[in-house]
Design a protein around this ligand. Structure first.
Ligand code: ADP
Length: 304
């Protein structure tokens, strides 16, 4: 029976044959249209979760539904709704760029003629159309990554899963990929990505789950999770290097020349900190929220 969720995982566990427990009773729902970040330190279980979703990893217990179709009872229906971009390049290196994409359509029972408009659309929007007749091994790393994305989209999946899509991609190309993924999401494709770049997740994604040691430790809309942090960090810019650390003792400030980062809790208000700085004879030039809030949130929830 079809439901609104892009996918729904219930009580998923995975134990490998060498008794490594990779996933412990994971439950996770991603709604249609979400731009979802699956975050966690190395070895947390992200790739295993994605592998189960795509049918590449055999789960031990639990159930997974993709767009309402159970992957055990309706594997082919479930599979046609998902496009996957794994970390490793796994296309035929001697195939032309065009063939890598169009041949993938055959796995979903789509003829070359039917697939051709999508192949052209995605090779063009990912900047690969000029390279369509080249052997894929001649592409740069960033182009190979984009070729993997074009291939994953050829059958118009409702859900696109990307495992570290921007790893090793330089900043300019990364920005281009962000724009492409944002447009795709706006047009209705649900996107789930794993990334090591937390600022990338904060910039692109609306929702997230953090996995640690095979368990989900936090899950929800990124904005409200960040807002739930009891304390808040601000950066204060002063007229000269700050040298009165004792005046700010309850705040454990981080001082870099004329910039002071302080964490405000319920007991220690921003107002009191500003008064102390002012009393010590400094002029406050600017106060701004400290960047990298997601990084702070991530560290707090994974260092246990
Ligand atoms: P992540 O993607 O978050 O880095 P993984 O899902 O790759 O984490 O791995 C989760 C855990 O499962 C790790 O302890 C990893 O060593 C283990 N693991 C992953 N794949 C295998 C495998 N094929 N055989 C045995 N253990 C594995």
């Amino acid at each position: 029976m079809a439901t609104q969720s892009a996918f729904c995982i219930k009580n998923l566990t995975k134990t490998y044959t060498n008794w490594v427990i990779a996933l412990r009773w994971i439950s996770l729902t991603v709604e249609q249209g979400d731009f979802f970040a699956l975050l966690g330190p190395n070895g947390a279980g992200k790739s295993t979760t994605i592998g189960v979703l795509c049918g590449l990893v055999q789960k031990t217990t639990g159930s997974v539904e993709i767009c309402g179709y159970d992957i055990d009872t309706h594997p082919s229906e479930a599979r046609k709704y998902v496009g996957i971009v794994p970390q490793e390049f796994n296309f035929g290196i001697f195939e032309s760029v065009y063939d890598v994409v169009i041949n993938q359509a055959g796995y979903y029972g789509i003829s070359r003629k039917e697939a051709a408009p999508n192949v052209e659309k995605y090779l063009k929007s990912l900047g690969l159309w000029e390279k369509r007749n080249m052997q894929s091994k001649t592409l740069s790393g960033g182009m190979k990554r984009r070729l993997m994305i074009a291939r994953a989209l050829v059958h118009s999946p409702k859900l696109l899963i990307l495992d570290e899509p921007t790893a090793g991609v330089d900043i300019e190309l990364r920005r281009g990929m962000w724009d492409f993924l944002r447009d795709l999401n706006r047009e209705g494709t649900t996107i789930i990505l794993t990334t090591h770049y937390l600022e990338e997740a904060e910039l692109l994604c609306t929702d997230m789950a953090i996995i640690n040691k095979g368990m989900i430790v936090k899950q929800g809309p990124i904005k409200s999770l960040l807002a739930s942090m009891e304390d808040e960090s601000v950066t204060i810019d002063l007229d000269r290097p700050f040298e009165h650390i004792a005046e700010l003792s309850p705040y454990t400030p981080l001082i870099q020349n004329e910039t002071v980062d302080i964490t405000i809790s319920r007991e220690h208000t921003l107002d009191a900190a500003l008064k102390s700085i002012h009393k010590a004879g400094y002029v406050i030039k600017n106060i701004r929220p400290k960047s990298g809030r997601l990084e702070e949130f991530f560290i707090r929830n994974t260092q246990v």
